[in-house]
Write a new protein. Structure first.
Length: 513
């Protein structure tokens, strides 16, 4: 009697400190006889476990069984897990099919593992360990485990990071430490900072020492997000949160990589394992999330959990069709200055014309593209163009479209050049593109003059643009035009863009009759 009274007190006490759900049926008050599964996890106040809770309840509902959910108020509140087991025992539930359990450990290794094992043995039901494995020698050591291979995850994160010296933050007594250890095996110059909870002070202390920051527990990053963004740091994180998804949906490149434990798949598979009384463990693959795969089916549950939606623009391919150019450059008289024209040909193909001459090098570096063909992919509100110069050089354009009509596109505009996978050149900015309703390819043919000097010292230049894509260039000396041999005597016209391989000059040209 005394023991029962203690269990009842524990159950009453836990109501004030635990987040739990137990769904009743229409049976008598002595307990529940409907089929049910209990889940006992830890630290239910963070979003990760809220994701697990949602997935667990949804899976049980789909299978027509009751869901009893218990989570502790802190990472190490093992007593609350003991109280949850006591409550389950008091229910005298003949319909309980099994327990899904994540151990919570006290400062000296105390846990509710023995309590869970005893109840499971009494009822003859299976136990499935979720997310965090039990320790060696535990009475639950032989139970199947469903979770993430943290060693593989840590090494995979290291493969995403280009930098060698990087700050890595991991929460003490968490799987993040295991991930950080694996990360450091591949990146020995990485410095690992073990944090007790939030990493605010630790990040502040080293924010000027590193360009790259890796967080092995995503909840450590939430409070320092703004700080790192202001400093324009490269950030990688394990676990996904609503703020992180906003960055990806908006097209930001602040996050260089987000890895997410597939909580929704993990919880669903654990429920299935209980019902089939499986003896096999399973490592549930992590999900890598970028702007490019927000449409992936594995990402959809995360978007739904945070009530996020990837914008989808109806008939986007039709609205894109035609030639577009930056509004800032349309009326700019410069001949060549980082100008390009994108022509959307279909829902899978586009062509880009681009010209630039970089005179900062000892030998001018010329980038030249006359309607180069690109493969195109539309993902929600993102348009991705991929092309190549040769088998080594890959070109990527990405437009994250905020609004579009028949005259202009407002977007986040990105362009990258990659040599054997390494970034060689990159540009990103908010850009407004305007539609070009004219193409001056034929109209440019002929002779044109421009004044490049001053009123005191006029300097007249002349171009004769030919139909074969070449031109002759002359300077006026007295009354005579002197031809100048130019090794870069090609040109092309695309829409309003006239590209010649000359250093930029502000000029207005006049046709010579």
């Amino acid at each position: 009697m005394k023991k029962i009274f203690q269990w009842m007190c524990a159950a009453i006490l836990v109501c004030g400190v635990m987040v739990f759900t137990s769904c009743s049926s229409d049976s008598d008050d002595s307990g529940y006889s409907e089929p049910a599964i209990a889940m006992i996890v830890k630290n239910g106040k963070i979003d990760y476990w809220k994701q697990v809770e949602k997935a667990f309840k949804a899976s049980c509902e789909e299978k027509g069984i009751e869901a009893y959910y218990y989570s502790t108020s802190a990472e190490s509140a093992y007593e609350e897990q003991q109280a949850a087991v006591a409550e389950l025992r008091l229910m005298d539930n003949k319909g309980l099919k099994g327990i899904i359990f994540t151990p919570s450990y006290g400062p000296n290794g105390e846990s509710a593992e023995a309590d869970v094992a005893a109840l499971a043995k009494e009822r003859g039901i299976p136990v499935v360990i979720l997310d965090s494995p039990v320790r060696e020698g535990s009475p639950l050591a032989s139970c199947p485990y469903f979770g993430t291979d943290n060693t593989v995850a840590g090494k995979y994160m290291a493969s995403l990071v280009d930098a060698d010296e990087v700050a890595v933050f991991a929460m003490k007594n968490s799987p993040g430490i295991e991930r950080a250890k694996a990360f450091k095996e591949l990146k020995p110059n990485a410095v690992v900072y073990e944090v007790s909870d939030k990493a605010v002070q630790e990040v502040q202390n080293v924010i000027n020492q590193y360009d790259d920051f890796v967080f092995m527990n995503g909840n450590d990053l939430v409070d320092v997000l703004s700080m790192l963004k202001v400093k324009n740091k490269n950030v990688y994180t394990f676990d996904v949160y609503g703020e992180f998804l906003d960055e990806l949906i908006d097209g930001s490149t602040f996050f260089k990589g987000i890895m997410a434990q597939n909580t929704f798949s993990m919880a669903g598979k654990a429920v299935e394992a209980v019902l089939t009384e499986t003896k096999k463990s399973e490592i549930v693959p992590t999900t890598f999330i970028t702007q490019y795969n927000l449409q992936d089916l594995n990402v959809q549950p995360f978007l739904a959990f945070y009530d996020k939606k990837v914008p989808v623009i109806e008939n986007l391919a039709e609205l894109l069709e035609g030639k577009w150019m930056s509004a800032k450059l349309v009326n700019d008289p410069m001949l060549t200055e980082d100008k390009d024209v994108i022509t959307f040909l279909s829902d899978t193909k586009a062509a880009v014309s681009y010209s630039k001459t970089n005179y900062n090098d000892e030998i001018p570096h010329h980038k030249w593209s006359d309607r180069r063909l690109y493969d195109m992919k539309i993902l929600g509100n993102k348009v991705i163009l991929q092309g190549s110069i040769d088998e080594d050089i890959r070109l990527v354009y990405e437009l994250v479209i905020k609004s579009i009509n028949d005259k202009e596109i407002v977007c986040r505009y990105k362009h990258g050049v990659y040599n054997n996978g390494e970034e060689e050149d990159y540009f990103e900015n908010d850009v407004t593109l305007v539609k070009l309703d004219q193409d001056f390819r034929n109209a440019v043919s002929g002779t044109w003059e421009g004044n490049f000097g001053t009123s005191e010292a006029p300097e007249l230049w002349r171009w004769e643009f030919k139909n074969d894509g070449t031109y002759t260039f002359s300077l006026k000396s007295g009354e005579t035009w002197l031809p100048v041999n130019d090794e870069f005597s090609e040109y092309f016209v695309d829409g309003k863009l006239l590209c010649v391989r000359w250093k930029s000059k502000n000029v207005e040209l006049t046709r010579v009759e």
